[in-house]
Write a protein that binds this ligand. Structure first.
Ligand SMILES: Nc1ncnc2c1ncn2[C@@H]1O[C@H](COP(=O)(O)OP(=O)(O)O)[C@@H](O)[C@H]1O
Ligand SMILES: [Mg+2]
Length: 178
């Protein structure tokens, strides 16, 4: 990894986080020539993940879009709490017991929507905020390309890693998409 990899980092304000994140992903995917259907699905996933960050975690919030050689391929939502709560349990249930297994009256359907739309390719891992020296966690998924008819059809080559270690980026752009 290294020079060919770039991260666009968008700090998300608590009151406007979902709106900001949706705008960014739609803008980036539009510029990358991604079709409306797949981009819309990515927007829905981003909405759910940012809603979860705001509802179940705490600031700071960040959205990061990772590109390889100019092609956006990985989207991370960072939040400032390392506690995973029911996140692993819910994803585990979805992978072993299928859909609607998580509706226990306490949790909603957010991760089920994410799981369905990404065909189960939603990951979480520890991370650090870019703009403030704070630990937290990241929930992430693979973005569609211009060849994707849907988010679930995204092919990731085995050599393309999902979670990216921050120090390996060739460059990091903080703020609005140029
Ligand atoms: N960013 C997050 N931080 C902490 N816990 C989370 C996060 N995202 C999801 N979770 C956990 O996973 C559970 C399931 O999430 P979800 O399916 O979206 O339902 P809901 O948000 O309605 O509770 C949440 O109730 C919470 O315990
Ligand atoms: Mg939710």
């Amino acid at each position: 990894m290294g020079r060919g990899y770039h991260a666009q980092v968008k700090p998300l304000g608590a009151g406007r986080a979902t709106h900001q994140a949706r705008s960014m992903v739609v803008d980036v995917l539009d510029r990358a020539g991604v079709g409306h259907d797949a981009a819309y699905e990515a927007e829905v996933v981003v909405s759910e993940l940012v809603c979860n960050a705001v509802r179940h975690s705490r600031e700071p919030y960040e959205m990061r879009i990772i590109s390889a050689h100019g092609h956006p391929y990985w989207c991370e939502i960072f939040d400032g709490d390392q506690a995973l709560q029911n996140l692993p349990h819910t994803l585990e249930k979805l992978s072993t017991k299928g859909f609607s297994s998580t509706l226990d009256g306490v949790s909603g359907r957010g991760l089920e929507i994410v799981y369905r739309l990404t065909a189960g390719r939603c990951e979480f891992y520890p991370g650090h905020c870019y703009v403030a020296p704070r630990p937290g966690k990241v929930v992430a998924f693979a973005l569609p390309t211009r060849y994707s008819t849907s988010l679930a059809s995204v092919q990731q080559s085995p050599s393309t890693p999902g979670p990216i270690l921050e120090e390996r980026f060739g460059s990091v752009l903080v703020g609005d998409v140029a």
